[in-house]
Structure formats: C-alpha cells, structure tokens
Design a protein around this ligand. Structure first.
Ligand SMILES: Cc1ncc(C[n+]2csc(CCOP(=O)(O)OP(=O)(O)O)c2C)c(N)n1
Length: 952
C-alpha cells in the first residue's frame, strides 16, 4: 500500500504535516489522539513510519512543522513533556535581545557543548543512586544566553527555529537516557555519521513488532533465570537479572549484522549472563543445560578427563535472520576475566582469511565485558591497541559492557579512576554510548547504530549498558554485607519485564492477555525441556567437524617430514631470488646468497635457512604460514629476513612471495609490544584453522611470562577442558650466554610442568634440520598439538649448529639425537651425558678439546612427549655407563625435575645397572641467571667440567 498511499491518499499527500504531528503525539502517548487515529497508527505503524521518514528529512525538522502544537519539550528537565501552548511567548525579533548573528554564534557553541558534555547530564542509572550532574558546560549562563533569548528564532539545520525548541531538542537527544561520547573522534566522516544516526534515532519510533520482540527477549531472559533459581536453588548461574537489556542489545547486534552482510559472529564473554546467552541467543538446548545442572556431562565419558563448568562452555549454532544465515560461536572461556578478548579476535581474523573477506566485514568479534574487568584488566588495553594494526585488524570489535556498577563487591570508585568504565576505549577514538539499562528501547536503538558504525568504518565501538545486579556476585553471595544502600534499592526495583510490559500495555502495543500468553508459552517450553533433561544422553563431541574434519585425534603414525633434495633446491632458489629492480640491503643479499650456497653445497645449512625451507615447503604445499612477534619480520637476532626493505624506496618484499598461491602465502607481522594480547590472538587464529602454520615468537623467551594466562588457561589446557585443539607454535629464545637474569631463560620448567595428557610438544632442539622437521610436523601430522620451542640465540650462528642436506631429505623429526662421533665401543663408554639444547655444543667442544672418547652425549631434542622408547634403546647400548643429566639452568629450573622421573623409569625398564641419573648443572637459585659475565663463564665451565669429569 505504501507507494500508493504516499502519493495518492489525501492523508499522506497534502496533510503530511498534520499526520506527522499527530503521529508523534501518538508515539508519546497513544491515548492523546482520537481513538480512530490511534487505531489507524497501530494497524499501519511500519508503513506510516517509513513514509514519514521519507517526508521528514532531518529528524528534528518535523518539530518545526506545527499545526496542532504537540511535542514541545520542557527544557528544564531531561524528559519529553508536552508543553501547553503558551500564548505568552510569541516569537521575538532577536534584535530586541542579542543580535541574530551573535545568538547563532552562542548557539553553535552551545550545541558543541551539548555534544561534548551532554552525556554528563544524562539519567543513566536505573537505580537513581547517581543523579545526573548539573553540567555547567551546557548551562545557558555559561554561554551568556538569557531567558529572553529563548523565544527568539535562530538558524538551526537550515531552518528558522525558536531557540527554546532547539534547546528542547538538544536536551532530548543529548541529555536523556543515552550518553553519547564521540566528539573526540578525529575523523570528521565518522563524527558526521554518528551525529546523524544518533540524532535521527532519538526520534525514530520502534515498531510494534519490534517492541514485542524486545519484550519476548526480556521475558525469555528473566524467566529463564527465575526458572533456574527455583529448580536449582543455590546453584551458581551468574544471573543477568538487572541487566536483561544487554541480551536485547546482543540480539539487535546479531540481527542488524546479519542483515548488513556479516556471516559469522564470534562472541567472547565472561560469567555474567553467559547461561542466558548460551540458551536464549546461541540456542543451546535448554534440556542440555538443565542436564548439566544435574551433573550429567555434555559429552560421553572417556573422551576427556577434565571438562569445565557450565558457565565456561562455548557453543556454536546457525541462525536465520530474515533469510540471512549467520553462524554464531560463543568462545570457550576461562575464569580469567578479559583473557578471551584477543583469542576471539584471532579467531575472527582467521575466519575472515578463510572466507577471503579482505574488507573484514563478514566476520565480527562481539566482546561482552563486565564494568570492573573492562576498566581493570590490562588485556583490554592490549586488545584495543592491537585492533587497528595491520597484523591484528579484524574490521572493528563491538564491545558491550554489562555495567552493573559493581565488581564482585567493589564499587566503581575502587575499580577505576575514571568517570566511566569504558574510558580506556577513548584512547583508540572509539565511539562510546552509555545507556540506561532500564530504557531498553534506547539500548536497542544504540545497538543498531553501533553495528552500522562497525560495518561502515570497520572500527571498534562500545556500548556501555548501565544496569544493576539483582543478586550478589553469584546467587549464594550476600550483597547487603558490602552494598547495603544499593541493595535496599534493588530490592524495591521493578524488573525490566515489569517496566517494559507495563509500558507496552499502556501504550496499546500489546494487551495484558497477549503478555500473559507470551509468559505461558515460554514457561511451558522450559518445563518440557526440564522434563527432557533427565533422559539426556551425552552427545558425540563436535570438535573434529568442519575445517577440522581431516584432523585425527591421537594420530601417532610415523610422519614423514623429509622432502627431496631437488625440492629443497627449488625452494631455496625461490626464497632467495630478489626482483632485479629491488634495492635490497647488500648485507642481506649476502646472507641470502649464503643460504642458497649452503643448500646447493648440501652442507653448513644454518638455522635461518632451515626455518625458511620449512616455511617455503609448507607454503608450496598449500599451507598458509603466519608468524607474528616483536620484530618478527627481520627476526630479533637478525636471522630471518623474511621481509626485505628497499634501500631507496623502503618498499617491502616478502621472500616467499613467489611461492604464494591463492590458498597459501607467508604472512609476517612485527607485533605490537605485547605478549599477552598477541599470544592470545595467535592462539585464537590457530584454533580456527588447522591448516595454517601459526607461530608466535617471543623476543626473549622470558617475556612470554607476560602471556602466562594464555598459555595456562588456553594453550596448555584447552583440549582437555573444552576439546579444542591448536597447532600453535611458540618460539621462545632460550640459552645461557651470559646476558643476565632476564635474557637467558625461557623458563622451560614452566612449560614442562604443564605437560600431561599429551597436551603439548616441548622441544629444545640443537640441529637446524631437526627444527625444519619439527615445524613441518605441526602440519604434516594428522593431529594438532601446540609446539613450545626453546629456540636458539647463539646457535643461530654457531659453526657446529649446522645440518647437511641429507638430514632434511632422508631423516624425519628426531626426538632424540644419539651419539654421532666415533668413540670407544659402547660397552666401554663409562659415562653417558644426557642433555638438551645449547649446552650440548659446550659439552661437545669440551670433550673434543680434552680428547675424551669414552663419554657419550645424547641429546633429548623433544622433552615432551618424553621419548622414553627411543631413550631406552639408546641407553641399552651403554650397559656399563653411569648416567648424568646435564643442564645449564639452575637445579630448580630447566628440565631436571621433569626428566628425572622419566629417566629413572627408563633405567628401571631396561634394568640398567644405574637406577637414577645424576644431576649436573647450576645450583638452585632464585634468579634464572647471574648478571656478571665472569660468574657466568665460571659457572658454565664448572658444569661442563663436572659433566665430563674434567679435573680443574
Ligand atoms: C583475572 C581475574 N581476576 C579476578 C577474578 C575474580 N572475579 C570474578 S568476577 C569478578 C568481578 C567482576 O566484576 P565485573 O567485571 O564488573 O563483572 P560482573 O561480575 O559484575 O558482571 C572478579 C574480581 C577473575 N575471574 N579473573
């Protein structure tokens, strides 16, 4: 009907102004217009809305078209009030007051002030515990505007409007229940977009259908929590009650994103409201969750021995939004607040890469935060800073803060030193909207704007829903102990369902019966799901589906990682040939030539070359390689040079570019100076894509302790907790070279301590070819395990740390490297020194220097899974030898405490005459290494001598 009606009907063609005013009046109060009009508007709401929008132009313009004089606003308050037609305030000529020009100038400053400071005067707190401020920046007196100016006409959006009406509009838009902060944004186009959307949306009505949808989401959220409360009293559920409108925000973001071309949303969130999101938003069947409340695990026994609590579980599902399919995934999450942020972002980035979504708008990260956590956790800052950089851009993250104005028991003033919980986001020029959570239509309106903004500008944006928490931190907690006043208030607070259902009934959007019917239907469904829970049978896990379908859990079939000499030669030529017109740095040209000569010669192939060959071979086989870390392009120790910089133009050249295909290329990024955030991101990337070799490199291994949470909570344990595998590689430079306490140890012991259930591979490799195989194994093997590499520093250029080409073409990964020198016969070997990593070369050189030929050196290249079978067959050879474990780390660190048991078991099994290995290494110490060069040299000499029994 609309086209027709718009152009032909008497109502809409000539009387648009009148209809418009009536309609606005109706929206504020349906009873304020004649019943026949109310019925008409109700029946045709959506169409009328769209026709009026077409006619209206700027949203505020309609207020100037007065016939019946409705919808003026009382500027003394923040709320819309109908003002009686006031015959005593005729329009004045500005000349009687200030000059017109002067007044317009004052107004423009005032408008600017409203935009910048209006949020401070908003009514944002549903509990009314914090009252809106008197904001002097927007006071008329500050701008020298007098009362008598109010009735003057001013220029406003191309029209002549009475000043008081402009002020009413400004108050209504900027000082109501939405505090908008985006004036600090430096990009004018963004500001214009936001201003237009925000100002228009303040006046655009919500359709009756949408109102019903919102109410049903509120009923669903609130009634679900109440159901759990009744059926599982005392159980922790971290209820969303008090913040239900956040669920409506999530729904709106999903809805709008799907319509605007987003195909996948990955959600990261903590405990609050998570069960609600899992069921209501993600469509995890209610009976499955009820079964979990009854202690029935979601997957059959025996698949994993750990699992996790219900409110950390993830879930994936597809939804159809008006014919648009959208995949939703709620990321598994540890208790550590805000740790999941970059993990989600990494997954989104990988999804975009897999989709070929170069513009990064088809996959979206939606992060849901608590107010205290957003303000307090450093990971938030790291992730915000990362989001706009080349290596970590995901086209903008939508942040939703469920701001219940409390952090466990802490008040906002204890949780932060800024006004808003969201203030950090200003540092990245993100627009921020604070919305009173009890004003759910405003929450929904803003959700639409932020998702439009993200799709348009591909930047982060924040919605801060200010609400409250109905119970304690969890439902067993007594909040009155610490927040007596707040919780007295909360006790008497009407729930959002009450407030909103009443509003809809009053305005005639629904009847009482319809409301009751909505409740009955939902509760009936919950009851039937509850009954189903008893007979719930655990489901087969979904972990090896989709992109993971070719991955085989527990695969330990022999894996061939070798490649032919011919192929190696081809690869090295391709990765060392620089375009003729590229002005490469001459020193690097020499290094690349050396790489090529070594491979052609078939010997002296060093670490950097081996790494390049591994990358090149995987790219050539169709596997993407992604590596990030501080200065990863060049390599901290200048051994990688994967990106060359033209000496004249500073243009970049990727040395693997000629190997790249549509499917696979080499991606390297010098990361932001972060460990926590970056490791989380790469872990997330690896979770999503088993076919990409994903690598994070620490500058020095010890800095990885800043990312300990990601390692402990995700990398090491995600498979046993959540059945989520990862083939991530962590390169952690390690080795005692006299550089002091901070640059010596990557804290090998910490990674080893986390080893169990075949969860990781931990290697401390001495040989470039073996490193080549270890990297290739990550992809060639059918299973996926994170690989922790104690990677070398001085070995990158050590004359002995080189490989022959046969080691690449004929061998595969060797977890142990046996003695390679010609010594006395095995039975005459008097001592076997077991070691791992760089210390091998110190032992080797000292053995040579001292002409020792009855001590065998065995390198444990892979510490976990511990190569017990291989070690047993080695040690069997040396029946008469004593067994030493030698390490350069202090006794309380390094691998000793980890390998001790394993070696003992091996010795027992082969019935060796020695029952336990002896420790040789630095004595226990609180600090990983000495800061004095002379001490280091002395200690190192001592431990080598002791291991080889050399007299001092
Ligand atoms: C890194 C970390 N530190 C401490 C905690 C313990 N903890 C759990 S919830 C919570 C309060 C969180 O407050 P807020 O972020 O406002 O979320 P809310 O629970 O109010 O929704 C704390 C301190 C944690 N889970 N993670």
């Amino acid at each position: 009907m609309s086209q027709n009606l718009a152009h032909t009907s008497e109502f809409f063609s000539t009387n648009i102004v009148f209809i418009n005013e009536l309609y606005q009046k109706y929206l504020v109060n349906p009873n304020s217009v004649d019943q026949s009009w109310a019925n008409f508007f109700k029946e045709n709401n959506d169409e009328i809305k769209s026709i009026l929008l077409d006619y209206q132009g700027p949203a505020w313009a309609k207020r100037n078209l007065k016939i019946i004089g409705c919808n003026e606003y009382d500027i003394s308050s923040n709320s819309v009030k109908e003002v009686k037609k006031d015959n005593k305030s005729p329009v004045k000529n500005p000349v009687e007051n200030s000059s017109s020009q002067e007044l317009n100038l004052k107004l423009s400053k005032l408008i600017d002030a409203f935009k910048r400071f209006g949020h401070l005067a908003c009514n944002l707190d549903p509990l009314n515990l914090t009252s809106a401020n008197d904001v002097k920046e927007i006071a008329l007196s500050t701008h020298n505007i007098k009362n008598e100016d109010l009735s003057c006409e001013v220029d406003y959006q191309g029209q002549k409007v009475q000043l008081q009406q402009v002020l009413a509009n400004l108050n209504y838009i900027y000082c109501n229940k939405i505090g908008a902060e985006f004036e600090y944004i430096r990009n004018q186009a963004e500001k214009d977009f936001l201003t237009k959307q925000f100002e228009n949306s303040a006046f655009s009505p919500i359709s009756p259908n949408e109102k019903k949808k919102i109410l049903s989401e509120i009923i669903r959220s609130e009634r679900f929590e109440q159901f759990l409360h009744k059926r599982f009293p005392g159980a922790k559920r971290f209820s969303v009650e008090g913040g239900e409108s956040a669920i409506c925000a999530i729904e709106k973001i999903i809805d709008n994103s799907a319509k605007k071309g987003v195909k996948k949303i990955i959600i990261g969130m903590a405990h609050r409201g998570r069960l609600n999101v899992l069921t209501g938003v993600m469509n995890k069947p209610y009976h499955r969750l009820f079964a979990e409340f009854q202690g029935i695990p979601g997957i059959p026994e025996g698949i994993t021995k750990s699992g996790d609590v219900k409110y950390h579980m993830g879930y994936s599902s597809d939804r159809d939004i008006a014919g648009n399919n959208i995949a939703l995934s709620l990321a598994f999450n540890p208790s550590h607040l805000e740790a999941v942020n970059t993990v989600v972002a990494g997954r989104v980035r990988s999804t975009q890469d897999l989709l070929g979504d170069k513009d990064r708008y088809q996959a979206l990260a939606l992060l849901i935060h608590g107010d205290a956590a957003f303000a307090g956790q450093g990971s938030v800052a790291e992730s915000l800073v990362m989001n706009g950089t080349k290596g970590y851009d995901t086209g903008g993250v939508i942040h939703l803060i469920i701001n219940n104005q409390i952090g466990f028991t802490a008040n906002p003033s204890d949780s932060r030193s800024t006004i808003y919980a969201s203030d950090l986001a200003k540092s990245i020029d993100a627009p921020i909207f604070h919305v009173n959570g009890d004003s759910v239509e405003d929450v929904v309106r803003i959700s639409q704007i932020i998702s439009d903004y993200r799709q348009t500008f591909k930047k982060d944006v924040v919605l801060d829903v200010i609400c409250y928490r109905k119970y304690g931190h969890n439902e067993g907690d007594e909040p009155l102990y610490t927040q007596p006043i707040m919780y007295q208030k909360i006790k008497d607070q009407q729930s959002l369902e009450k407030i909103y259902s009443q509003q809809l009934i009053n305005e005639g959007s629904i009847t009482k019966d319809q409301y009751q019917q909505m409740i009955d239907e939902f509760e009936k469904m919950l009851n039937s799901e509850f009954d189903k829970a008893n007979s719930f049978k655990a489901l087969e896990p979904d972990w090896l589906k989709g992109d993971w379908q070719n991955i085989k859990d527990g695969d330990n079939s022999p894996t061939k990682t070798a490649i032919s000499e011919k192929k190696l030669n081809e690869l090295i030529v391709k990765s060392t040939t620089i375009p003729v017109d590229f002005n490469a740095n001459l020193k690097i040209v020499k290094q690349l030539e050396a790489r090529r000569h070594a491979v052609e010669k078939g010997q002296d192939i060093d670490w950097g070359t081996a790494e390049a060959l591994a990358f090149a071979s995987l790219i050539e086989q169709g596997h993407h390689v992604r590596i990030t870390g501080q200065d990863a392009g060049r390599g901290t120790f200048s051994h990688r040079h994967s990106i060359l910089h033209d000496a004249k133009t500073a243009q970049r050249y990727n040395i693997f570019s000629t190997l790249a295909s549509q499917k696979a290329s080499f991606e390297v990024y010098d990361s932001v100076l972060s460990e926590y955030g970056v490791l989380g991101f790469e872990y997330g990337y690896s979770l999503n894509d088993p076919n990409t070799l994903t690598i994070w490199e620490a500058q020095f291994g010890d800095f990885a302790n800043g990312a300990q949470i990601i390692f402990d909570q995700f990398v090491a344990s995600s498979e046993v907790k959540w059945l989520r595998k990862s083939g991530l590689v962590m390169l952690l430079p390690h080795g005692y070279e006299g550089q002091g306490p901070e640059h010596s140890s990557a804290r090998l012991e910490r990674y080893l301590q986390a080893c169990a259930d075949n969860n990781l591979r931990v290697v401390n490799i001495t040989n470039p070819a073996n490193f080549f195989h270890a990297l290739r194994l990550q992809i060639v093997n059918k299973d996926r395990k994170p690989l922790v590499v104690m990677s070398p520093k001085s070995l990158l250029r050590h004359k002995l740390a080189v490989s022959k080409i046969e080691e690449f073409s004929k061998l595969n990964f060797r977890p142990i490297i046996s003695e390679e020198e010609k010594l006395v016969s095995d039975d005459k070997i008097k001592r076997v020194v077991l070691c791992s990593g760089k210390v091998y070369y110190d032992l080797f050189e000292a053995r040579q220097a001292n002409k020792i030929n009855d001590i065998a050196l065995i390198r444990i290249e892979q510490l976990y899974p511990f190569p017990a079978i291989e070690l047993a067959s080695e040690l069997k050879k040396y029946k008469n030898a004593e067994i030493i474990w030698c390490q350069e780390e202090p006794k309380n660190m390094g691998a000793w405490h980890f390998v001790d048991d394993y070696i003992e078991e091996v010795l027992l099994q082969i019935k060796h005459k020695t029952s336990r290995s002896k420790y040789v290494g630095r004595i226990a110490c609180a600090s990983p290494a000495t800061g004095y060069g002379s001490y280091h040299t002395r200690e190192q000499k001592q431990l080598i001598s002791q291991a080889l029994g050399i007299e001092k």
